[in-house]
Design a protein. Structure first.
Length: 273
């Protein structure tokens, strides 16, 4: 297996968490993987001559195809991929709200959706795929992605000031404030703030906070051998353990203990036999 990651410098790095490359068959006997929601959009290019498939979460015998490149928007639900179909792929992992400058469509058009990149970037997708395949190594591929994104910006590399402020605050303390209190600080009506946030981030502020809190819980328990679930619930800002379990299941389709038993080194990837 071969994997690489590269984080571009600012200003692009303010919107791109990393470019990543993976080559090789994943370890283990599982056939599919459940990907947890993290509130971030992702683009994946399949560098082999096979289409990308996203599988139905309730029946992996069914799937939808997306050509050789797909955008997965910000999500509040999990989705399923084939482990064997990740043999040679490269991707762009956006920061929360980071995909907004690169598409003419607002981010909420992609909420909880997978979209063939051809439908968004038209002929540009094929040209970019060809340049990636012609690159000599993963580092050169990352340079191709970096140059393309900067050259093809659909909007300025900035958020509305209220959205930028909210992202910084809600990512650091997702359960420590209310939307009403935040709108008092930024001087917008709740309705206008929610509209702007959803258009630029892809989720409502409330949904984004819930996903960030869920991610905080995953980080807290990932790799642990023993867990006090009541303590995790309180530390992550849930009312009680029942509230924590309900939210966890709504995002992941599994209980916290089932996640812990099946967890891999990759925080948001869970094997499905």
């Amino acid at each position: 297996m071969t994997s690489f990651r590269y984080k571009p410098p600012a200003p692009l790095g303010n919107f791109i968490q990393c470019f990543w490359y993976w080559e090789g068959v994943p370890e283990g006997s599982h056939t599919h993987e459940r990907l947890m929601p993290n509130g971030e959009a992702t683009i994946v290019f399949n560098l082999l001559n096979t289409p990308i498939r996203i599988y139905h979460p309730d029946d992996v015998r069914q799937f939808d195809t997306y050509g050789h490149a797909v955008l997965s928007g910000a999500r509040t639900n999990f989705f399923v991929i084939s482990a064997a179909e990740q043999e040679r792929v490269i991707g762009i992992q956006f920061q929360p709200g980071g995909s907004f400058p690169f598409f003419r469509e607002p981010a909420d058009c992609m909420e909880n959706a997978s979209i063939a990149l051809d439908d968004l970037w038209r002929s540009r997708t094929g040209e970019l795929s060809e340049r990636l395949l012609a690159a000599s190594c993963p580092k050169a591929m990352f340079q191709v992605l970096e140059q393309d994104l900067l050259a093809q910006l659909a909007r300025p590399l900035t958020w509305h000031p209220a959205v930028g402020y909210a992202l910084r605050h809600l990512r650091s303390v997702p359960h420590a404030t209310t939307i009403a209190r935040m709108t008092e600080r930024i001087g917008l009506s709740p309705r206008r703030f929610i509209q702007l946030f959803r258009q630029q981030v892809g989720l409502t502020p409330k949904a984004f906070c819930r996903v960030q809190r869920f991610q905080q819980a995953l980080v807290t328990v990932h790799g642990a051998k023993q867990v006090d679930w009541s303590e995790v619930a309180l530390d992550c800002g849930y009312y009680d353990q029942a509230h924590f379990i309900h939210d966890f299941q709504s995002f992941s389709g599994m209980t916290p203990s089932a996640y812990l038993a099946a967890a891999t080194p990759h925080l948001n990837h869970v094997p499905i036999a």
